[in-house]
Design a protein around this ligand. Structure first.
Ligand SMILES: Nc1ncnc2c1ncn2[C@@H]1O[C@H](COP(=O)(O)OP(=O)(O)O)[C@@H](O)[C@H]1O
Ligand SMILES: Nc1ncnc2c1ncn2[C@H]1C[C@H](O)[C@@H](COP(=O)(O)O)O1
Length: 226
């Protein structure tokens, strides 16, 4: 299954864990699949259709915010375990850090999650994730584009629950993402503009992304060795 030749060509370790971050609609799932195919890695994808809370959440944020956050946390933690059990070699669609740093915080700040629920969620997150035993990704690829481009992609993808959501929600999230990534330190980051590649019209452009990954992981592993 592993595409050893591309891993070797670029010097990307076969046990690497590459996580894709970025706001809703920016293109995470798409590049996750393209990178995994190129490298012969497994994917860890967000399952939207089988999520029992997502539709309800978009219809009533206040009522379902806590349920949804706990559900996402459980799902991502199970995925983290799966990645660990396989010994890496994964491309992961969205990081666990975004659940707390973006979504839960935004819902609390906007009064859509109560103080008690937020405290319970945060303590659960910290107990599960912020421990020395939790493996962080080798690299987080942060996808960025203009707000208009992201909005166009959300519209074109056409998930009904997202179409009925106020643009202010996406705008607020977009702004929070910019601030969040500027302060993110949990693992090495590559910032990738969505105009730097196009997996649909120019498949070869994925090589540009592979080069960046190799370079960043190489830098980190070299620093660790020194
Ligand atoms: N490089 C690209 N060029 C054009 N459209 C893209 C590109 N990457 C993703 N898209 C489209 O944008 C929409 C959102 O992409 P998706 O990967 O589902 O985003 P995310 O996982 O970040 O929410 C989809 O309709 C997808 O086909
Ligand atoms: N932690 C989350 N809280 C609320 N909503 C979330 C969370 N994680 C993902 N979502 C939503 C956003 C989208 O509607 C879908 C899938 O995300 P995407 O960025 O399109 O992969 O789930």
């Amino acid at each position: 299954m592993l595409n050893h030749s591309l891993c070797e060509k670029y010097g990307i370790p076969r046990d690497a864990v590459i996580t894709i971050g970025g706001t809703v609609g920016v293109g995470k799932s798409t590049i996750t699949m393209a990178l995994a195919e190129s490298l012969g890695f497994r994917t860890s994808l967000e399952k939207v259709d089988s999520n029992p809370y997502l539709d309800k959440f978009y219809a009533d944020f206040e009522k379902w915010s806590f349920h949804l956050q706990v559900y996402f946390l459980a799902e991502r933690f199970k995925e983290q375990k799966r990645i660990f059990e396989y010994g890496g070699g994964f491309v992961q669609d969205r990081s666990i850090y975004e659940d707390t740093g973006i979504f839960a915080k935004m819902l609390f700040d906007q009064g859509k999650m109560s103080q008690t629920d937020y405290a319970t969620y945060t303590s659960l997150f910290e107990a599960m994730v912020m421990t020395p035993y939790f493996p962080h990704p080798d690299v987080l690829i942060y996808l960025e584009g203009t707000f208009d481009d992201v909005l166009t992609r959300i519209k074109e993808r056409g998930r009904p629950m997202e179409q009925n959501t106020d643009i202010a929600y996406w705008k607020e999230m977009y702004g929070r993402y910019e601030e969040w990534i500027n302060n993110f330190t949990a693992c090495p980051v590559i910032r990738l503009n969505i105009n730097e590649y196009d997996v649909f019209k120019d498949k070869e452009s994925i090589h540009h992304v592979l080069e960046k990954i190799a370079q960043r992981i190489g830098q980190v592993r070299q620093t660790v060795r020194v």
